[in-house]
Design a protein around this ligand. Structure first.
Ligand code: GRF
Length: 227
């Protein structure tokens, strides 16, 4: 589906391949979220579910850093939170198996990596085919990996942004769901550019979840649609 500009976005810059209004999921999607740090994207997802327009519920947050900002936000928001501490696991695969167990126990339909600062393995990706979404602070495929904002500043780009995409085995790669662009302004530093990008992340991540849900529904139509 070709991208178009989200007319409801006053700041512009979001390329949005979804028709208005957003498709409603029946019953509402159950989301799992993985976070390592501050958790602002996690909170944006919870708000999009509670205040609309995303027909979903954040059923479980999993953090790998106990006590991190995301966990504190979950407490405030009343969202269940579990720990999957990578320091207690012998391998990346073992951590991923723990994540799978937690998300299956919570019966989630789709998992969002919202600032998950660990590399995931095919163990997790294959457990949630087409159901694992990541948010990255660059216009992919530019500036993959760590410190994408610093990479963009060092490269002297005049346009930065963020990408929500389905997760593939390669780091920060996979089918793009939504992107948003922001300008790099004269005098920007790491903090100011990060803040401008993150404001956009909070808009596009719920959109990306709706798009991923639409793809899942299209791939597996319910009994009524099968005729
Ligand atoms: C975001 O910038 C996201 O793109 C990156 O990690 C950051 C997480 O921020 N993957 P927050 O914890 O959601 O505030």
């Amino acid at each position: 589906m070709p991208a178009c500009t989200d007319a409801s976005d006053p700041g512009g810059g979001i390329q949005w391949p979804l028709p208005q209004p957003w498709p409603a999921a029946h019953p509402p999607l159950r989301l799992g979220v993985m976070a390592s740090g501050n958790g602002s994207n996690f909170e944006a997802l919870v708000q999009a579910c509670r205040e609309g327009p995303l027909a979903a519920e954040v059923a479980l947050l999993v953090v790998n850093n106990p006590g991190c900002g995301a966990e504190r936000r979950a407490e405030r928001l009343g969202v269940p939170c579990r720990h999957a501490d990578h320091r207690l696991q012998p391998s990346r695969e073992a951590l991923d198996r723990q994540l799978i167990g937690l998300f299956r126990e919570a019966a989630v339909d789709l998992v969002v990596m919202a600032g998950w600062m660990r590399i995931v393995t095919p163990v997790l990706i294959e457990a949630f085919p087409g159901r694992l979404v990541n948010i990255h602070p660059s216009l992919l495929p530019s500036f993959r990996g760590v410190d994408a904002v610093g990479q963009a500043l060092a490269a002297g780009t005049t346009l930065a942004g963020c990408t929500a995409h389905l997760v593939a085995a390669e780091v920060d790669a996979g089918p793009i769901l939504v992107q948003a662009a922001v300008p790099v302004l004269a005098g920007d530093d790491h903090a100011s550019l990060t803040a401008r990008i993150q404001a956009r992340e909070h808009r596009i991540l719920p959109l990306a979840v709706a798009l991923a849900a639409e793809r899942i529904a299209a791939a597996a139509p319910g009994p009524a649609a099968q005729g």
